[in-house]
Design a protein around this ligand. Structure first.
Ligand SMILES: [Zn+2]
Length: 400
């Protein structure tokens, strides 16, 4: 490709080789695909209803959407259809590699044949030019026994590209210590380990994911911005945060983070310290734990401080996201889209936002893209080959 063809900022971002390390396959279910799947199962959904359900502004609303949308993924061929669409989308964004999360916890809940679903997915992946490995994800609020079932299946299907076990769902439902045995088992079977933490919860959840569960990457982890020691730890151990800015905006996680900022500033400014902020009935920042075994139930929406923040005039903007602060501080980060179809984003759009709204320089964007390969769980030789290819590709960009 001629150098002059790829000099505009947008063009550089499009052609920059990228990997996506935090991508839920089910979160790639677009409204159009959902309408098709429903029709395939004999149900005609109204586009207006689908569009309304996709407008999430809080974490409980997002979990509700995830539960509803995934209820139309019923057969192995549904998963294969979604995967083929997703691989094409990745290819169009010059995403060369993905570690794709599969909500096996949800498949088991719906009593689906995980092996058959995964065989269809693996077969679809083998036909693509995008290289894919898989992360089997357990749902935290379903408890440790169900998580162990997911980990066992991940071990069973390792030879077909499952290389990690992850813990997602509601991070405020059950403590990390409940899952120690599951993570120890995954480690003993040479699976990589990840956990969503510090997304809607505080920095302690990230510490617990690292220290108790041995997580090698953290999903989101934006709450680390409040904890200098934790950021030092992440730097020292090179544990990256998988940052998904639009997701944080659309689940209310960013609003919650900013509400915490506001509170700590108010505390610091007040001569009374913490006592200056009396408890406000109905505005508890704590979300009550979900009931275990409840079918994918998100915590009940209620007027938490962060929801009030999100709904009020101080609605956060993507410019308020801490990504640039993490980069400036040297905290390892990767950029990702999480559930792109559900948040109306793409991996490329996240890079554009980082460039246009969060002030990252072209060099920082290139470093972010490189980090997405560096922090991949690939075997050393394959990783090196991706990195070599990356360096030779970017040599044609004029970044000075
Ligand atoms: Zn996620």
């Amino acid at each position: 490709m001629a150098l002059r063809q790829i000099q505009s900022a947008a063009s550089i971002l499009t052609h920059l080789p990228k990997a996506e390390l935090h991508l839920h396959l089910e979160g790639c279910l677009t409204p159009a695909l959902l309408l098709q799947l429903a029709r395939r199962h004999g149900e005609i959904l109204s586009p207006e209803e689908v569009s309304r359900r996709y407008q999430t502004r809080t974490f409980p609303e997002f979990l509700e959407l995830f539960k509803w949308a995934t209820s139309y993924l019923r057969e192995p061929s549904d998963y294969a259809h979604l995967a083929a669409h997703t691989f094409r989308e990745l290819q169009n964004q010059t995403c060369l590699y993905s570690e794709m999360t599969l909500s096996v916890g949800v498949m088991l809940l719906r009593k689906q044949d995980v092996e058959a679903n995964f065989a269809a997915l693996a077969e679809s992946a083998e036909k693509q030019s995008v290289r894919v490995n898989w992360i089997f994800d357990a749902v935290r609020q379903f408890g440790p026994q169900k998580a162990m079932d997911v980990a066992r299946l991940a071990v069973q299907m390792k030879s077909r590209g499952v290389m990690a076990f992850g813990l997602g769902g509601d991070e405020e439902s059950l403590p990390a210590s409940d899952f120690r045995k599951v993570f120890d088992y995954a480690a003993s079977e040479n699976l990589h380990r990840l956990a969503h933490a510090g997304e809607t919860g505080g920095p302690q959840n990230i510490c617990d994911a690292v220290e108790i569960l041995g997580a090698e990457r953290i999903g989101h982890g934006i709450a680390a911005i409040h904890d200098e020691k934790l950021m030092d730890l992440l730097i020292a151990r090179q544990i990256p945060l998988e940052i998904c800015p639009t997701s944080n905006l659309r689940t209310g996680a960013l609003a919650k983070l900013l509400a915490r900022n506001l509170e700590s500033r108010q505390r610091a400014a007040s001569p009374l310290g913490d006592r200056s902020l009396p408890a406000q009935p109905g505005l508890s920042p704590d979300i009550p734990p979900s009931e275990i075994n409840d079918v994918l139930a998100p915590v009940a929406p209620h007027p938490t401080r962060e929801n009030v923040y999100a709904a009020g005039s101080n609605q956060p903007r993507i410019e308020d996201h801490p990504l640039a602060k993490f980069v400036a501080r040297g905290v390892p980060v990767t950029l990702a889209s999480d559930d792109p179809a559900m948040f109306g984003t793409t991996l490329l759009a996240e890079y554009s936002l980082a460039s246009n709204k969060m002030g990252l320089t072209p060099r920082q964007l290139v470093s972010l893209a490189e980090a997405s390969f560096r922090h991949a769980f690939l075997p050393a030789a394959e990783k090196q080959s991706f990195l070599d290819n990356f360096r030779s590709s970017i040599s044609q960009f004029n970044l000075h």
